[in-house]
Write a protein that binds this ligand. Sequence first.
Ligand code: IUR
Length: 456
Amino acid sequence: MAAQPSLPGLIRKKRDGERLEERDIQSFVRCVTDGTAQQGQIGAMLMAIRLRGMDTAETLALTRAMAASGRAPPWAPRWRGLLADKHSTGGVGDKVSLALAPALAACGCKVPMISGRGLAHTGGTLDKLEAIPGFCVTQSPQQMLSILEQVGCCIVGQSEELAPADRVLYGLRDVTATVDSLPLIVASILSKKAAEQLSALVLDVKFGSAALCPTQDSARELARSLVAVGEQLGIRTAAVLSRMDQPLGRCVGNSLEVLEALECLDGGGPPDLRELVTTLGGLLLWQCGLAGAAEQGRERLGRALDDGSALRTFEAMLGAQGVPPDTAHRLCAGTPPQRRQLLGQASVCEELPALQGGWVQGVDALPLAQVLHELGAGRARAGDPINPRVGAELLVSPGQQLREGDPWLRVHHDGALSGDGRRTLQRALRVAPEPTRQRPPRVAETILPGTARDGC
Ligand code: IUR
């Protein structure tokens, strides 16, 4: 057998367009994890991968090596087949996880949901949950085990032990212009899911003006790679392509999104949010064998939202993750005003009037999120504080007729909305002189293993 190339030799190999063998990739990831690789070497390899690409076998080997860089969680063997999670590529107003995790648990899944924080204009599930007084996103593997045993779901941050190679690579991708490499995205997302030892995974790959993927075609390409590699890892994997030009639901901003997730858990809330929660959940129930088909799973998940079992599970999860039981109960059982009072409200709440009448076509998510970000809803750098009370409520829906002067957006903040910010928000409202045809549904396409093409 030929001698294992040195790290510069491996970088050269990829730089020159050769395939990396599994043991090459394992050797690279070992150097990343044990700290023997210099940052410049890791950056060079990332750039070589970004420019030369990786085939499915290389991507799979990278994913496996990254997944194996940490310690496996101590799940009970009897949960095999039932461990489910979802991943979203990030959007505006995306509070799906808050409703989906407890609804799945109420249907019999075990959901060790590992989530992230918001960066740039997209929100993070952990930030939303931290708007609830006492909620703790840091849980050890043993604590997760016990919460899964008692409640069935938890939503936590990535621990030190879970795929630590991804932490290093992800941090360097951010500063080496290699975030947008398809094999690196696939390996990053799936290494954490493989390390979680999931049975089933559903991916919400968003496309549109406020999404990682600008077009449905680019989202499909990413989704197909994720599904193909996920399946080869032994995880039953499916993906949904969902539109992200407009915010999901009516609320954007951490506290407001918790309130909207509670509406969904109460069997109500905006139809597009429920559509996405039940579609993703239906696929997972089917993949876990808890429903005969995705459509039956969707109906089953809808029942868990309607009969109170998902909401009770959410309350139990809050209690298990540090929220005082009385607060958790008042939040879940309270009226909307009681819930708002518990989460705290911003000092200013102002409504913007429509500058012209007409028929609402939509509200652009990206400018809305950017203005809220500047008002304190998001962070410029990892670790910056955020203001959970900053947010906005859409007061109009597509297709609705609006007169000049009618309020269309309620903005919650603790500072001052600048003239620029106000103008940006006003431009986000798209109004047409005539009624427009019905908007397409939020969920555009589902990618199942049979339809996923091999190749990254
Ligand atoms: N989320 C991840 O976990 N990894 C990535 O590379 C991206 C999003 I982009």
